[in-house]
Write a protein that binds this ligand. Structure first.
Ligand code: EPU
Length: 416
């Protein structure tokens, strides 16, 4: 079992580079299902989730090759429209194959995803949206059997909540549908804008990506393209907190500061100096952060995937902070691990009260999910003595080499 061992107390300094965003890449890989040919994604980090989505695509018949952060996917004329349970269990995002497989082949057989580390995570909005476009679903022995009579039809869909995955599934379905699909209350995340950009490069007609109303005009055919992936704002934000929590001076290169609007504002409110360049962010951390309240919300609100890292920072603030989690019902599960390092936190339903302590003290902890795993490493950078983070496979799902990147900034950190 691999672990990350962090010796706390070093101030981080220097620059670190960010690569393509996991949550854009996973859906942009699925877009390769829409048409035969050779598709390429540029600046793809070597992370476990990309490997897993590669396995899903390989099962369907797409050949994936990785070379120096270029991912090449070759889609054949005939595909096998299914995603079995063993793959969906490992890669929950595989549910977005539903839309493009239905658009391309008129049927799909996809295991119904269960809950995961973050909670129940239903997919009702994906299904009702696709139903409005003419698909029918039957749940048979844990498999969702989907069919459409003829071609998917454009429809007017209003999402109950701006779900990232449902918006993407409907966009991926709508590009080859007959007529126009309107998605109301669509998610506005930068990764959705990037997926729309890739689809438009492929020949799709999409308007309004990045706003709450997206219109997709179905086209007859698409072409395979090479797409440059948007930078990973969560990896960038994780490095920003690494600089902040160590009272360091860290520059994050190759990011889009505007994609971290709210997160950087909250860091500033915590006393962190933030300098925004055109594709860089520099953070200079205070000796001790100020307390800050925030609530997670869909973009452009504070991202839930930055919540655990920010809570790690606030755990050593000079007062009490209140954090409200609005996206996931089990996202505070990591708090017990942070308390093993000495954090003083009370969780009631979707709220956490974080009473800042003067010092954290290194201890063995376990990473419960990707972002909480990263947050525990960040807390370890501040804690006195040694922190050992176990279950690092969670962290590997979303960070190419967190240990090497933090070591390059001067952290005392290694993998064992
Ligand atoms: N929801 C429903 N019904 C649906 C769909 C979603 O109730 O049909 C609920 C979910 O249970 C959740 C909320 O709506 O409470 C938001 O879920 P959303 O669909 O927006 O999230 P997702 O597409 O499943 C993506 C990212 C997550 C990120 C969220 C929110 C990928 C692969 N995953 O998930 O990233 O937290 O958007 O921004 O894109 C991570 O990278 O660590 C991660 C968990």
């Amino acid at each position: 079992m691999e672990r990350i061992i962090v010796g706390g107390g070093r101030r981080l300094e220097g620059s670190v580079q960010v690569h393509g965003a996991k949550n854009a890449i996973l859906k942009e890989m699925v877009a390769a299902l829409l048409t035969p040919g050779t598709h390429r994604l540029l600046d793809v980090p070597r992370i476990a989730d990309v490997e897993l989505m590669g396995q899903v695509l390989e099962h369907i018949g797409v050949v994936c090759e990785f070379d120096d952060r270029t991912l090449t996917m070759t889609t054949p004329d005939e595909v096998l429209p299914e995603a079995p349970l063993e793959l969906v269990r490992k890669m929950r995002a595989s549910i977005v194959v539903l839309g493009p497989l239905l658009a391309r082949t008129g049927r799909a057989s996809v295991a119904f995803p269960g809950g995961d580390d973050l909670g129940a995570r239903p997919i009702d909005m994906h299904l009702s949206g696709l139903e409005a476009m003419g698909a029918t679903f039957e749940l048979r022995h844990g498999m969702l059997e989907a069919t459409v009579d003829g071609r998917l039809r454009g429809a007017d869909v209003s999402l109950e909540f701006p779900s990232v995955g449902a918006t993407e599934n409907l966009m991926l379905a709508g590009v080859l549908a007959d007529g126009a699909t309107m998605i109301h209350n669509a998610a506005r995340e930068p990764e959705i804008q990037d997926l729309a950009a890739q689809l438009v490069e492929m020949g799709a007609r999409i308007e309004g990506a990045g706003t709450s109303t997206i219109t997709v005009h179905g086209v007859e055919e698409l072409q395979a393209v090479t797409h440059q992936v948007v930078p990973d704002r969560i990896v960038a934000g994780t490095f920003a907190v690494a600089g902040a929590i160590t009272g360091g001076d860290v520059t994050i290169e190759g990011c889009v500061p505007d994609h971290l609007r709210m997160e950087l504002r909250k860091l500033e409110a915590a006393g962190v100096e933030v300098e925004r360049g055109s594709s860089t962010v520099r953070v200079v951390g205070p000796e001790r952060p100020d307390p800050v309240d925030f609530a997670t919300l869909p973009f452009p609100g504070f991202h839930t995937d930055m919540q655990p890292q920010m809570v790690a920072l606030l755990s050593v603030a000079s007062g009490s902070s209140i954090v409200t989690e609005n996206l996931y019902d089990a996202r505070f599960r990591y708090v017990g691990e942070l308390m093993r390092l000495g954090a003083d936190i009370t969780v009631e339903w979707q709220h956490a009260v974080i009473r800042g302590v003067d010092r954290l003290s290194g201890a063995p902890v376990l990473a419960p999910d990707i972002r909480a795993g990263a947050a525990l490493v960040l807390a370890g950078l501040r804690a006195e003595g040694e922190t050992t983070v176990g279950d690092v496979y969670h962290i590997d799902r979303g960070y190419e080499d967190l240990v090497a990147d933090l070591a390059s900034l001067g952290a005392d950190i290694r993998r064992a």
